[in-house]
Every structure is written in C-alpha cells, then in structure tokens.
Write a protein that binds this ligand. Sequence first.
Ligand code: HEC
Ligand SMILES: [Cu+2]
Length: 351
Amino acid sequence: MRQSIRLAVFGSLMVLFAGCGVLDNPMEWFRGGNQSTFDVKGPVARQQLDLFYVTLWVTLFIFVTVGGVLAYTTFRFRQRPGDSDNPPPAQTHGHPLVEIGLIAGAVFLLVIIAVPTVRAIYDIYEVPDDDDMLVIDVTAYQYWWAFDYPDEDVTTANEVAIPVGRKVKFNLRTFDVIHSFWVPRLAGKIDMIPNRSNWLWLQADEPGQYWGQCAEFCGESHANMKFRVFAYEEDEFQEWIEHQRSDALEPDDDDELAVEGADLFRRRGCMGCHTVQGTGAAGMAGPELTHFGSRKTLGAGMADNTEENLFRWMRDPDGFKPGNLMALDPQVQNLTDEEIEALVAYMKSLK
Ligand code: HEC
Ligand SMILES: [Cu+2]
C-alpha cells in the first residue's frame, strides 16, 4: 500500500514537471515559454486558445458536478455499523425525468463546444481573401526547412520573416516523410504529407521572434527540427527581402581565413549540397547559405549561430545533431581543424 502511494505521488510529479522549460522570468511559469500556446500573438492562435478555454470550462464543470455528486453519495450513504442487520432498501429501475434531463444536459454542453469549434475550423481552414496577403512556400526536409517567397523571388532556410499585421499563407509540402508545421504562439499544427499540398494562414500582431517546431515525429532529430519566424514592421521587412534577394558577399581580401574557406567550400563538396547565390554553388540537398552569416540560429533553430557552435557542427555533424544528413558525406567527415576554422570564417562572412 505504502509502495503504491509513493509510486502514485512520484508518477504525478513526473507528469506535472514533464512539460517544463527554463524561463527567464519564473513568475511567467503559468503562460510563458517560447513555445507556449497560452501566450498567443496572432488571430489564429488566439482563436485556437479560446476554443481550448471553452472546452476546458465545460469539461471542468462536468468534472466538478459528476465528481461532487459521486463524493456526496459515497460519504452520505456509506455503510454504517449495524447497517448490515437492516433489510436492503427498496430497489427501483430507471427514472424518466433524470434520464431525459441528463441527455438534454449532455446535448446542451456538446452544443456549447460544437458551435465555436465548427466556426473555428472554417475560419482557420479558409484563407481570407486579402490583396495584401504574403505567400510563402515551405518545404520540410529531415530535419530542416526551406522557405520560398514566390512573388518576391527569395529563398531562404530555417528562418523566415513576415510583416506584422499582414496575413501570410504558408503552402506546406514535404520532401521526404511526414512533418508538421507549428508556430505555437501564432498558429498550427498542419501536417505536411508526401505527395500532398496543405496550407495554413497566420498573422503576427506584434514584432518579435516566434519559435517554430516540427510537430510530427519524423526521425532521430525530430526534436531538433525547429525554425524561427521573425515578424518585422513593413519597412524593415522590405529591407530584409532586398537583402535576401542580393547575391552573397565576397569575403574581404584581407580576411585570408574566409578567402581560404570560400575556396574549401568549392573543393570539399559543400557546394554539391548547398546554394550560395552568386558563387555558382547551387546544391539543393541542404539549406541555402547565401546569407547564413546574418542568421541567428544554426541547425534549424537548434543552437545559436556562434563560431564555437559552427566549429562543433563541422567537426562532428552527427554528434551535434543526431541523424543529420550532412554527416553522411565522407568529405565532411575528413575535415582538419584548420580547414574547419577557415570554413567557419567563410560561413560567418556570408552576412
Ligand atoms: C551531403 C550533402 C551536404 C554536404 C556535402 C554538406 N552539407 Fe551542410 N548541410 C546539409 C544538410 C542536409 C544540412 C541540414 C541538416 C539539418 O539541419 O538537419 C546542412 C546544414 C549545414 C549548415 C547549417 C545551416 C543552417 O541553416 O542551420 C551549415 C553551416 C553547413 N551545412 C555547412 C556546410 C559546409 C561548410 C560544408 C562543406 C564542408 C557542407 N555543409 C557540406 C547537407 C550537406
Ligand atoms: Cu519532425
């Protein structure tokens, strides 16, 4: 008995703390976190959150009512000393009023949940008819994301920018297995299924950095398949687009390390898998790197884009991000530390 109580307490604590992340401000624990669906910043996520609350309150009401009646009758009518000497109480079957009342009550509660649910399904599914709408094509790969802006003629990877206050339609496709597109504070989740195109729309109400995450198990590094959405004011967004459209910067002549890195990038097979616009490198198997030096993250939102992390990434791609497909390439496996330092300098110069 004592053993099972201990197990139950331990088990509940595990469940209680299972979803915890590290927060900058612990007072925010009840709604914080970069992937919190409670701290919403756009109309789609807000509608999804409202729906969650409607369902929560209705089910909480049912839980308290049913649990309350059960607790009351259990205590009120429990067996007392001497009861077993009395004859059993009169047995009855059914009570039309109670039964009809319970059915009507259940239907009423389900309708309360159904009306906003059906409305939300249509609102979220139907992309609003909007001249201002920005369209972004997303392709999911194990374990990273490609973003194309067909009207702006821009391609990037793992970090996607959107303008604040404008609706954005994401066309969702997968290159390999099933993935799922999720930006917890803005919208989600929609699956990306082989040979099918799906879509999702969203809008950010405030500038900021929003975390994205693949939400369908897709292999070893599924948990590391993240991305970032940057919501900018309109003029800043246009600047970003202009910059993305431009060719990659040539490394400075006096930055010898970066010049050597650019050369290694050609000779060591990197260009076979990566695109660096304006240099002839046009590989498609990995994220495009034209402006990689100006990105905040490395490894599909997995780590900060620092020189130390980049070094570790190229020293041992599979150790850094298990299952990552870059690690399969023999040329990548045989880089010396000096070569890696040069490549890091080149990557960093691609502002
Ligand atoms: C076999 C194809 C292949 C080769 C060759 C290759 N890469 Fe990669 N690279 C990838 C893939 C795939 C990813 C994405 C991995 C992931 O995040 O799961 C990647 C990711 C990267 C990233 C991180 C990009 C980001 O947005 O996070 C950098 C930087 C990079 N590669 C640099 C290089 C360099 C430098 C070389 C040459 C030494 C190289 N790659 C060779 C396939 C390749
Ligand atoms: Cu995944």
